[in-house]
Design a protein around this ligand. Structure first.
Ligand code: B1M
Length: 233
């Protein structure tokens, strides 16, 4: 780190400079700096959701582009992910604290062969904030863990996340298993992850593809309301 960087005092930066600095610090995997910056933005009255999307997800987008272009490698991206998670951990209780009425429940997990969990965690946090109970199965889930969790928790929603083109087809394995066991209509199936799109969601038999965490919340609310309306009709 250069002397110049040593001298940066985060609290003295204005909001725009601070967000730019967060992009740099996330890129460099500086967890403590990210945590400090998140706290500063909170003290300045920023909404937790804006900090998440504008500063943390914004920074991770830059990391993603340089990872794709071979400028960053796995160890560096892991550090960036660790810094991002540090910031998310501060925001999580605040997002969950909205006092929203209980909306329903969701089992969510990243599919087999895939260890990306930042997006899934974000979706889980936002869903909790919106009043859903979230059962998080973590990463690398074979069909059996989804089926066991559905049996045990009987949620309204099954959420699946995949970040790799090689793992996204596994979502169909899970949905096909639900169909084979005659359980497909028992759950609202929502899928998400960077390489997916709406067409893919339809093709594998999901109820909806969710572009981001905010869309996931809106879609979940919409489907759960429809389900309850049908049940009471
Ligand atoms: Co990986 N990786 N990675 N990676 N990684 C990507 C996905 C990649 C696009 C990078 C690139 O090349 N540009 C690329 C995939 C290419 C492809 O398949 N076409 C890639 C690759 C190739 C790999 C490895 C194969 C690299 C290697 O080993 N050579 C390897 C695979 C490991 C494995 O899973 N088996 C690998 C490893 C890793 C790390 C471990 C280093 C790390 C993950 C750390 C972690 O998650 N704990 C990592 C990271 C961080 C990334 C990038 C840079 C960032 C992903 C992320 O966290 N984004 C990613 C580049 C990118 O996506 N542009 C990349 C931020 C997050 C908030 O967004 O996850 O999209 P996202 O989630 C969003 C939406 O998609 C949606 O809502 C979220 C919030 O708004 N959403 C859902 C997600 N899940 C949902 C579920 C829902 C609803 C919405 O259910 C209802």
């Amino acid at each position: 780190m250069s002397d110049e960087e040593d001298d940066i005092i985060l609290a003295e930066l204005d909001d725009e400079e601070l967000v730019q600095q967060m992009f740099d610090d996330l890129y460099d995997g500086l967890k403590e700096e990210i945590e400090e910056a998140v706290n500063i933005l909170l003290e300045r009255g920023w909404q937790p959701y804006d900090i998440l999307t504008k500063a943390l997800v914004g920074g991770m987008t830059i990391v993603g582009a340089d990872f794709r272009d071979g400028i960053l490698f796995v160890p560096e991206v892991l550090l960036a992910a660790g810094a991002m998670k540090g910031g998310m951990a501060i925001l999580k209780p605040l997002l969950a604290e909205t006092g929203a009425p209980r909306m329903g429940s969701m089992v969510i997990g990243t599919v087999k062969g895939d260890i990306h969990d930042i997006g899934k965690n974000l979706v889980g946090m936002m869903m909790e904030g919106a009043g859903f109970e979230v059962i998080d199965l973590g990463i690398n889930n074979p069909v059996e863990s989804y089926m066991d969790a559905l049996e045990e928790h009987k949620p309204d929603i099954l959420g699946m996340s995949a970040l790799l083109t090689t793992t996204m087809p596994y979502m169909k394995v899970v949905i096909d298993t639900l169909v084979e066991q005659g359980k497909r209509d028992d759950y609202i199936v929502l899928v998400g992850g960077a390489p997916l799109n709406e067409e893919f969601g339809k093709a594998i038999g999901a109820d909806a593809y969710c572009r981001d965490a905010a869309v996931a919340v809106e879609t979940a609310k919409d489907f759960v309301a429809r389900k309850h309306n049908q049940a009471s009709a």
